[in-house]
Design a protein around this ligand. Structure first.
Ligand SMILES: Cc1cc2nc3c(=O)[nH]c(=O)nc-3n(C[C@H](O)[C@H](O)[C@H](O)COP(=O)(O)OP(=O)(O)OC[C@H]3O[C@@H](n4cnc5c(N)ncnc54)[C@H](O)[C@@H]3O)c2cc1C
Length: 477
């Protein structure tokens, strides 16, 4: 039994079927929403390779790579980048498997029908000649394409996917081994006997109760950027039968997001909702106070923390304030928002519902120590304020060119880091580090790979690597 029908699950299902198992896939959502967070991604994969010539065999014949240079991406590079992101706290055993099997898993995915393309930057008409090597390929037609191609591979092997059918619990035998699974569909709850269950049903980002419990109360009202179906069912079911946890259970990926973003992901909107131009303005809460260092670094380095900071503010919201010096540099997606706009800070406060006196005082205090300069957003300009709290470390430039704009923002959650403890064979371990016979896990439900931060395009990669392994071992090999 494979629980979920996203990237990790479908890799597990194909692998198990290839090794001769009779496989059934359960998907809680209707078919149109299959794949959890997978369809929300660009489907970039991070894996080791020997440069552009090495990738040719994975690309469609029509793709010309003649003018493109891409250097090899070595196991050492992969390890170094993961260590930088996670401060070296990842589970070394899992990292070793991930890196060592990344390339062969991409090849295997190709062999089962996943078509690959070069990163978007390489496909532009005026593409640069040197393409970054870290995320060398994306699945054709991004996340939705990946789910489509893997689903075809699964069904092509005669494996059925039951939609709108969820795992409720697992059935344990006298020795603590898995002997069945309880599932629920429109007709009720049924028990199916089985020898192995692969849990690949994502994280707990869409479950407010689990967000409060593990991430902290600040994440209670976070907007969910991806699937509403990833509610930590696999975490709860596995913990109930004695599984051990691994990784950073208080950690998650998030971003500042438009206050009007939907409560849970909408494929047409997700990419348009992040609001990451805050380094070139200031942020205030409803009380008109600044609460964080907006210029601590480039947005790529700070946006997860900033999302968390916003969520601790009154009514989990804040306003990003810009003047006309900043406007030309706002990310294009700000065009999707309807900001408040006014010629004075007082008027702006009244329109946005911010405490007017306090907001005015905050801007006056900031302007007294901020710099009269132009923004250079692409370099840390070192223009800081030292005498106000919180300090603004870079891009502390006066807000004095009306009209002023206020964009309402909150925190959005992308996915969670904490999960189940597995070994190199994707077997779920109990508290004594013994495998729970018949229980496997892969994908976002696995803990121990991302700590503190995630690494772009490594999430899908580890889901595929351990999905393939889980399928094979679940099939009894
Ligand atoms: C906006 C966004 C952008 C992202 N960008 C990237 C990126 O660029 N690169 C990257 O590597 N990762 C990215 N991620 C993370 C990536 O989506 C996840 O790492 C990946 O999808 C996890 O795969 P998975 O197979 O473990 O889970 P999912 O793909 O989320 O699939 C889980 C499946 O399980 C189903 N399910 C849940 N509970 C049950 C149940 N009880 N019974 C049956 N089925 C159940 C769900 O409906 C879903 O289909 C992004 C995520 C989001 C939201």
């Amino acid at each position: 039994m494979v629980v979920g029908a996203g990237n990790a699950a479908l890799c597990a299902a194909v692998s198990a079927a290839q090794y001769g198992a009779r496989v059934l896939v359960l998907e809680k959502s209707p078919k149109a929403f299959q794949g959890g967070n997978c369809p929300y991604t660009g489907a970039g994969f991070r894996f080791t390779h020997d440069g552009i010539d090495d990738l040719k065999s994975l690309l469609l014949e029509s793709v010309t790579t003649g003018n493109i240079a891409m250097s090899p991406y070595t196991a050492d590079d992969f390890r170094k980048h993961l260590e930088q992101a996670t401060y070296g706290d990842s589970d070394e055993r899992l990292v070793n498997v991930l890196i060592a099997q990344s390339r062969e898993t991409v090849d295997w995915m190709y062999s089962i029908g996943v078509q690959w393309e070069l990163p978007a930057s390489a496909r532009l008409e005026n593409a640069p000649s040197v393409i970054p090597n870290q995320v060398a390929l994306s699945a054709l037609e991004s996340g939705p394409g990946l789910v489509r191609m893997l689903t075809k591979a699964v069904t092509g092997l005669g494996t059925q996917i039951l939609y709108e059918t969820k795992m409720v619990s697992v059935v344990v035998g006298e020795q603590g081994e898995i002997i069945g699974i309880n599932i629920q569909d429109h007709e009720g709850v049924h028990t199916i006997s089985c020898k192995a269950v692969v849990l690949a049903c994502g994280g707990f980002e869409a479950n407010p109760e689990m967000r409060i419990k593990y991430l902290g109360t600040r994440w209670e009202n976070a907007k969910v950027r991806g699937s509403r179906y990833n509610t930590g069912d696999g975490h709860r079911v596995a913990l109930a039968v004695g599984a051990a946890t691994n990784g950073h259970w208080t950690g998650c990926h998030g971003t500042p997001i438009d206050l009007q973003a939907p409560r849970t992901g909408d494929l047409a909107l997700t990419d348009a909702m992040p609001r990451r131009s805050y380094p070139i303005g200031i942020m205030v809460n409803l009380d008109g106070q600044r609460f964080t260092d907006e210029g601590a670094g480039f947005a790529e380095q700070t946006f997860v923390q900033i999302a968390s900071d916003i969520l601790t503010q009154k009514r989990n919201r804040a306003f990003q304030i810009f003047d006309q010096r900043a406007v030309p540099y706002l990310e294009p997606r700000y065009g999707r928002s309807e900001p408040f706009q006014a010629n004075t800070i007082r008027e702006l406060a009244e329109m946005a519902g911010i405490h007017s006196g306090a907001f005015g005082a905050t801007v006056d205090e900031y302007n007294q120590v901020a710099h009269d300069a132009d923004y250079i957003p692409k370099s840390l300009d070192g223009r800081s304020t030292s005498s106000i709290t919180p300090v603004k470390s870079n891009w502390a430039i006066r807000l004095d060119k009306p009209p002023f704009l206020a964009y309402g923002v909150t925190g959005g959650i992308t996915y969670t880091y904490g999960g189940l403890k597995i070994d190199e064979h994707a077997r779920v371990l109990n508290m004594e580090d013994h495998p729970i016979t018949g229980l496997y896990a892969a994908g976002e439900i696995v803990g121990g790979i991302f700590y503190h931060n995630s690494l772009r395009a490594a999430g899908l990669m580890h889901g595929s690597v351990f999905g393939k392994i889980a399928g094979r071992h679940g099939a009894g090999l």
